[in-house]
Design a protein around this ligand. Structure first.
Ligand code: GLN
Length: 293
């Protein structure tokens, strides 16, 4: 069968599964399996081998069960990096790139001497934010922590795939792995930046999420407690103990959470608090500075 015929049939099938963006998804699945780009498919209409047809069919059947395309492909792009993902790790979203970009832009303001930049990414998941920082600042030392063993496994693999040697991933709850390092080595472990895209969905909203998220992505990476703010409440006061005086704390936020998080940070003594909107106009990225005591 030729590619365009398979493409046509795949679109029909995906539509019958109720997939909204059937045409784009079919193009992505075919391009992935044929190992070409969509332009080549439309221009050359190459012949598709039997084994490739089987690969395509297998992926279409996985989409029928609403498995996210990124899990089916086993990877996604983030900040120009290829990030391996699979069940047990949250798929990095385009909005989260805004957090990485904001973190990179914050650095000239927090760096005040020539010591090695040190970053901490909490709830690191697949390691996307930590790896983006490691890429942007090759001389920095980046740490990523996550409570999930599976996530840390993916994060370490992603560090290896991207060839990033200045990142260390540690399993444990929030600051716990770093706290341990402080006592182990008896040195004050302070950071120029602390970043986090923590779970921020209200517990009661989880059931109403789209099936790709609700049935496939790890609930532990989504559920932020009753009001969705549990992790901000835990991180904001404690982060001050781990930030340099010039250091900054950055978060990704859930919809409608900016005011509550700003208030928490102001009460904890942070300065220079600001928020950046995402492509949809939602206040998505939170930035604050530790400030001098
Ligand atoms: N951005 C994710 C979503 O919309 C949530 C990720 C999170 O809780 N940090 O489903």
């Amino acid at each position: 069968m030729n590619a365009l015929e398979k493409l046509r049939r795949s679109v029909v099938l995906l539509e019958s599964f109720g997939i909204e963006d059937a045409c784009r998804e079919a193009e992505l699945i075919l391009s992935h399996c044929i190992k070409t780009d969509r332009v080549t498919i439309y221009r050359d209409n190459p012949r598709v081998t039997e084994s490739t047809l089987r690969d395509i069919d297998e992926m279409l059947q996985r989409r029928k069960k609403r498995e996210p395309l990124q899990y089916i492909f086993g990877q996604t792009d983030f900040y120009g990096l290829t990030i391996k993902v699979g069940q047990g790790t949250l798929i990095p979203r385009p909005e989260t790139e805004l957090l990485a970009e904001a973190a990179v832009r914050t650095i000239p303001n927090v760096k005040f001497n020539n010591s090695r930049l040190r970053f901490l990414d909490l709830c690191t998941g697949s390691g996307a934010i930590a790896l983006a920082l490691a890429k942007a600042f090759p001389d920095s030392q980046v740490y990523g922590t996550d409570i999930s063993e599976i996530a840390i496994k993916y994060a370490r693999e992603n560090a290896e795939i991207s060839g990033m040697e200045n990142v260390t991933f540690l399993q444990g709850s929030l600051f716990e792995p770093v706290r341990k390092m402080v006592t182990d080595y008896d040195l004050r472990f302070t950071f120029d930046l602390i970043t986090a895209n923590p779970p921020y969905i209200k517990s009661s909203d989880i059931a109403g999420l789209q099936p790709e998220i609700r049935d496939w992505e790890p609930v532990g990476a989504l559920d932020g407690g009753e009001d969705g703010l549990d992790y901000y409440r835990a991180i904001i006061p404690e982060a001050r103990n781990y930030l340099k005086e010039s250091g900054a704390l950055l978060f990704e936020l859930g919809t409608g959470q900016a005011d509550a998080v700003k208030k928490m940070a102001a009460e904890a003594g942070y300065h220079g608090i600001s928020v950046i909107k995402d492509y949809a106009g939602i206040e998505r990225i939170f930035i604050s500075h530790r400030g001098y005591p």
